[in-house]
Design a binder for this molecule. Structure first.
Ligand code: G3P
Length: 224
């Protein structure tokens, strides 16, 4: 398996619900095996359990809360996400921001439960602060490019290289991936050249008319 990762965030796009989501999960398993690329799928929360029985599909939660098991109605409790089949979680996504102290608690809890933490940041300076919390990955995503179809690697390449530097200067172990506007294979290869260890993508796949071909296109540059 390559060290680079690809994360598909389905958000709450209706195009990745029901049978369409099941089909996408099959593609994830196929492409991941064929190309040897680690691919994580972050489905709408209500679908996590349904997908957990599928072989070779690594699931992430789109968000985790710091609340504990028990009387915590409506929260995404990490222990329960694990029981439901998640391997880890996105944390502090631009569309679901939380405070630094809650990020800290969530990352610590994920690590204790052997789950992957992917903390999102909007700027290299945020990357610098968040790297101190020792997550597995930091995903740099300029919010104005999210869903734009204009890739961060194209529009603001220095944000990726600066984020890699910002992370490594405080914590050499943390890996930086990037997202926002990624729609083409070249966007991915550029990101890797700039020092990223993978990508976080949503609409490039969820809105594609041919999800299998698009997934292959975006995963290929991540293969060894
Ligand atoms: O979580 C990924 C996301 O915020 C990027 O969205 O649609 O620009 O790939 P998109």
């Amino acid at each position: 398996m390559s060290e680079n990762i690809l994360i598909i965030n389905c958000k709450n796009y209706v195009e990745t619900t029901g049978d369409d989501l099941l089909l996408l999960a099959d593609y994830v398993s196929k492409v991941s095996n064929d190309l040897g690329v680690k691919i994580y799928l972050a489905p709408p929360t209500s679908y996590i359990s349904l997908l957990s029985n599928l072989k070779d599909v690594l699931l992430l939660s789109q968000h985790s809360d710091s609340e504990d098991v028990g009387g915590t109605t409506g929260y995404n409790v990490i222990e329960i996400l694990k029981i439901a089949g998640c391997s880890g979680s996105l944390v502090n996504h631009s569309e679901k921001r939380i405070s630094q102290s809650i990020i800290d608690t969530v990352v610590t809890k994920l690590r204790k439960l052997n789950m992957l933490s992917v903390v999102c940041a909007r700027t290299p300076s945020e990357v610098n602060h968040l790297a101190r919390l020792n997550p597995d990955y930091i995903a740099i995503e300029p919010p104005e490019l999210i869903g734009s179809g204009i890739a961060v690697s194209n529009a603001q390449p220095e944000i990726i290289s600066d984020s890699v530097k910002a992370a490594k200067s405080v914590n050499p172990k943390v890996q930086v991936i990037c997202g926002a506007g990624i729609v083409k294979g070249e966007d991915v290869s550029e990101s890797i050249k700039l020092g990223a260890s993978g990508i976080l993508v949503a609409s490039g796949i969820t809105k594609s008319n041919n999800k299998l071909n698009k997934l292959i296109e975006l995963a290929k540059p991540l293969a060894n």
